[in-house]
Design a protein around this ligand. Structure first.
Ligand SMILES: Nc1ncnc2c1ncn2[C@@H]1O[C@H](COP(=O)(O)OP(=O)(O)O)[C@@H](O)[C@H]1O
Ligand SMILES: [Mg+2]
Length: 276
């Protein structure tokens, strides 16, 4: 265990990349030898990966291989699961997010998350967005907060649909709108990374297409990691893909290499539909 360190004093660490491709730039997130356990059961087994800043990274692999478990370890969401524990190291901009003294609420603002099932608060559309900036002290005035609400909804592609009904409940929106509201809520606290766990699996094809367009628009502004069981979706929205199998990353590469020219037999089997 490290001694408690204030955020700004934590030493940035530089380790050689395990997977960076020539265009990847410095890693936004580096996981090193990460294992995740539920009680005695090991769900993630010694995974190391660098997640680049400027691309969308897809995590693919058969159900139960550990994609959600690993994704949750990237913003310490597994902390909320009784019996779960994480070993190894996860660095955000070179700083260990599991060090003692880490402010987890602050971390989850920097590394936001969007879930499979849209989960707006049972509050107004306005409040869904305003809540985070308010508790994080990002604004001092009502007009500033109004501005954040508007720009977050704009960026999530929802503003035009809701600008005349900001007082309506977030839960009254359609599923696709609710998911964009959740993305706007993540954006409102000015995150650096957005983690998405099968964000379209509860949506119809039109709402799915809208979210996929949105992910493409957000690329470059935020590091984005998306778990998807749809290989078509991974091919459409991501530039980097990690293929998980039985708690390990079998292969990482450009999305086009993974889908058209995989090196590993297990990747080949998965993308050709032999299992999964
Ligand atoms: N809260 C939990 N408690 C116990 N085991 C879990 C829990 N969540 C997931 N698991 C187990 O961990 C493994 C990986 O699950 P998960 O990360 O959900 O996989 P994926 O997202 O790839 O479908 C599975 O064997 C699953 O049953
Ligand atoms: Mg999952």
């Amino acid at each position: 265990m490290n001694a408690p360190l204030p955020l700004h004093d934590a030493p940035a660490q530089t380790a050689p990349s395990v997977n960076a491709l020539p265009d990847d730039g410095p890693a936004k997130i580096s996981a090193r030898n990460v294992s995740v356990f539920y009680g005695a059961k090991r769900a993630i087994d010694d995974v190391s990966i660098d997640v680049p800043n400027d691309y969308v990274t897809a995590f693919i692999g058969p159900s139960g291989c550990g994609k959600s478990t690993f994704l949750r370890s990237l913003n310490r969401m597994n902390d909320t699961i009784a019996g779960a524990h994480v070993e190894g190291e996860i660095l955000l901009d070179g700083q260990d997010i599991y060090r003692s003294g880490m402010d987890v609420v602050q971390l989850r603002a920097r590394v936001g998350m969007v879930f499979q099932k849209p989960n707006p608060f049972p509050k107004s559309i306005y409040e869904n967005i305003a809540y985070g900036p308010r508790i994080h002290g990002l604004t001092t005035s009502k007009s500033e907060l109004d501005g954040i609400v508007e720009s977050s909804l704009q960026r999530a592609g929802l503003w035009d649909e809701v600008k005349d009904r900001l007082a309506d409940s977030g839960t009254a929106l359609s599923g696709g709108q609710q998911q964009r509201l959740c993305i706007a809520r993540a954006i409102a606290v000015d995150p650096e990374v957005i983690l998405m766990d099968e964000p379209c699996s509860a949506l119809d094809p039109i709402a799915t297409a809208r979210i996929e367009e949105l992910i493409d628009e957000l690329r470059g502004r935020y590091a984005i990691v998306i778990v998807t069981h749809s290989m078509q979706q991974a091919a459409r929205v991501s530039q980097r893909t990690a293929f998980f199998h039985m708690g390990k990353i079998v292969e990482y590469g450009t999305t086009s290499d993974i889908f058209t020219n995989p090196r590993e037999e297990r990747t080949k089997d998965y993308i050709t539909g032999r299992y999964g």
